[in-house]
Ligand binder design. Sequence first.
Ligand code: AMP
Ligand code: TRP
Length: 333
Amino acid sequence: MENKKVIFSGIKPSGDLTLGNYLGAIKNWVKLQDDNQYDCFYCVVDMHAITVKQTPKDLRRRTLEVLAIYIAAGIEPEKNTLFIQSHVPAHSELSWVLTCNSYMGELGRMTQYKDKSAKGGESIGAGLFTYPVLMASDILLYQTELVPVGKDQIQHLELARDIAMRFNNAYSDTFKIPEGYVNKQASKIMDLQNPEKKMSKSDENPNGYILIMDPPEVIRKKISRAVTDTVGKVNYTDDQPGIKNLINIMGTIRGVKPEEIVEEYADKGYADFKKDVAEVIISELQPIQERVNELMSNKKELEEIYKSGAQKASYVANKTLRKVMKKVGFIPR
Ligand code: AMP
Ligand code: TRP
């Protein structure tokens, strides 16, 4: 355990999870676990979720559901540390220290902040601004080497590296410098209605995304309505972004390269292709959905998992936190 490289990642329970979260993040985590050379921490980042307004009841349900999805997707609680961010106070404690070592300028340059604050007008929470510092704390507390995320999070990860290096330079070596890990084919699953933008759980149009928990008939309907083009041929090119996205979805699930799919559908039309894409998604998600429902109907099992996860995580996190507090000049407790 001591010599294994550490992996850390997390998902916000701020909306129901999409196929983008599954293929861009969770599916990779499952793969990495099988490598057996990593010590993995997977977190439900509920403190990040409240950077935008949440209904408490929904946040509670979703936090447990995200945890259930991790497990149902194949992340084994025995092999990995699964926990809820707010259960490990070290995250907010480190976050304050790192906030004091971050610059307004660098935080203001984050695309996610710029996008979200542009929509929010006057009433943007300050948490939206300091969000990446909390994310840096999540990662740095565990001496993480690898952070498997979708492409949209790479900018935040780079900031975490900058903050870590800055701290190390100012106070001597404290944090390991983490690297991002992105699965190329699933780095950005696109919106089904507008394949120019990322599939997102916060989208207004539900036809643009597929939820991990969507029933089969809904998946069939959404895929059949997915925006394509007038070329009429299954090609893997930026000129056909809708089809390219569907190829990426099918390829990632089946574990095959885009070219193989193009070849397979050389003589077929979009209707046939879409039908198969839908069935591939359904057969991937159905067993996960069944297991999620099972876990959600017996909260005891989930409770045991997140409690023991928080204990394990706290132990590791507090080691780093103690070092940090000492280095900045706080009196040991
Ligand atoms: P979030 O839903 O913003 O908490 O994102 C959780 C994880 O899912 C992060 O690693 C994201 O990069 C990843 N992710 C979210 N949406 C997509 C998408 N459409 N394609 C690929 N990865 C995604
Ligand atoms: N900010 C990430 C997102 O929106 C979620 C997240 C929070 C995260 N902390 C993290 C991802 C630490 C990786 C590592 O997707």
